[in-house]
Design a protein around this ligand. Structure first.
Ligand code: PLP
Length: 382
């Protein structure tokens, strides 16, 4: 039995679709570690579960919940966000053309320019704020994939999902949107026409910084595309463990509550930083001063997310001291957890990084915002 799809999103999330484990009647989801499943002895070719690399009952509830949140045909969990991204790239043949923004998660950029290039993928980088420039690139050479990430890590550039998707479709490309930072609570890229949504489940979906996972959600009526990606997951083997799938689902049950709290905290912190005399720049789509603010108001509902970056007077050395002198906020990589973390971003991105060396990135958590502001305040005056 499951909840009627007309209930509010928060109800679907709180009850993880309202599924009840048939064997135990448990309201909490069960974990199935089995690698192998009973076949129908009368018809071995009947479609059913066979082996955990293709399929596992523990995936199902998280996959259906995520597909419902994004409004998609279906969802596939992967062993990481990168595994999900490279599964999409695995659909390509040598000579394929992929277009990405000049503002792209560094891990994917590094993959494209090392492994992707070696596979024969041709990559174009475009300024996604200049849709005419993007059109010129796509008209000069058809692309198989146009990749959108918005807001984009770590400067939080905002791309116009609908305009870029329409243009990419006109030119025959498949559009993939990395929705890790917005989450389906704030943005639903499939509603803007995108073909595939990607998540690093290691961030907000899990929300407790204790799982590495990834997911792909395909748009409505795209069963064939879903099957192609499922075959790739099976053939390449980047499957999530059942315990991780269970943790991911457990985390998702509080996704909306966490995102609401995180968005409120992030906005207050961004306003505080913007007013501070030692801060020279704050990058947060929720601030009117952010170049993507107007677009964000259209594309993001209910808040502007929990990620922001800032720069302080005095440059890199002062930034380093600041990151080292916060006490409540810890210095660490990654984002989307309950705890607020700070990092000097460039050092994490490798030698090709285009990120300013003094840029401080904050992943805002759910702590009391007065404690976070007091901590930043003391670090700024240290
Ligand atoms: N997409 C974005 C925006 C990310 O920030 C990350 C990781 O930091 C990934 C994808 C990759 O996810 P994972 O670390 O789960 O492989």
């Amino acid at each position: 039995m499951s909840l009627n799809a007309s209930v509010a999103r928060q109800t679907l999330l709180a009850q993880a679709l309202g599924w009840v484990d048939k064997q135990s009647d448990s309201l909490g989801p069960s974990i199935h570690p089995a690698t192998s499943f009973l076949r129908d002895p009368a018809d071995l070719h009947r479609a059913s579960r066979t082996y955990r690399r293709d399929d596992n009952p523990t995936f199902l509830q998280a996959e259906v919940l995520l597909a419902t949140l994004e409004g998609g045909e279906g969802c596939l969990l992967f062993s990481s966000g990168m595994a999900a991204a490279t599964a999409v790239m695995s659909m390509l043949s040598p000579g394929a053309h992929v277009v990405v923004s000049t503002r792209l998660y560094s891990g994917l950029r590094n993959w494209l320019f090392s492994h992707g290039r070696r596979w024969g993928i041709d990559i174009s980088e475009a300024d996604y704020e200049d849709v005419h420039g993007l059109r010129a690139i796509l008209e000069a050479r058809p692309a198989q994939i146009v990749w959108i990430e918005t807001p984009a890590n770590p400067l939080w550039h905002v791309s116009d999902i609908r305009a870029i998707t329409e243009l990419a479709h006109e030119c025959g490309a498949l559009v993939v949107a990395d929705n890790t930072v917005s989450t389906p609570i704030l943005t639903r890229p499939l509603e803007h026409g995108v073909d595939v949504v990607l998540h690093s489940g290691s961030k907000y979906l899990n929300g407790h910084a204790d799982v590495v996972a990834g997911a792909l959600i395909v748009g409505p009526r795209r069963a064939e595309l879903l099957q192609r990606l499922a075959d790739i997951r099976n053939d390449y083997g980047a499957v999530l463990g059942p315990f991780e799938a269970w943790l991911l689902l457990r985390g998702m049950r509080t996704l909306e509550l966490r995102m609401n709290a995180i968005c409120r905290n992030a906005f207050e912190i961004a306003c505080f930083l913007q007013e501070h005399e030692r801060v020279v720049e704050v990058l947060y789509p929720g601030l009117a001063s952010h170049p993507g603010h107007v677009l964000s108001r259209k594309q993001m509902q209910g808040g502007f997310g929990g990620m922001l970056s800032f720069r302080v007077k005095g440059g890199e050395e002062v930034s380093r001291r600041l990151a080292a002198s916060t006490k409540v906020i810890r210095q660490a990589i990654s984002f989307g957890g309950l705890e607020t973390v700070i990092e000097i971003r460039r050092g994490m991105e490798g030698p090709e990084s285009r990120t300013p060396p003094d840029l401080l990135r904050l992943s805002v958590g759910t702590e009391a915002v007065k404690d976070l502001i007091a901590d930043l305040s003391q670090a700024l005056s240290a």
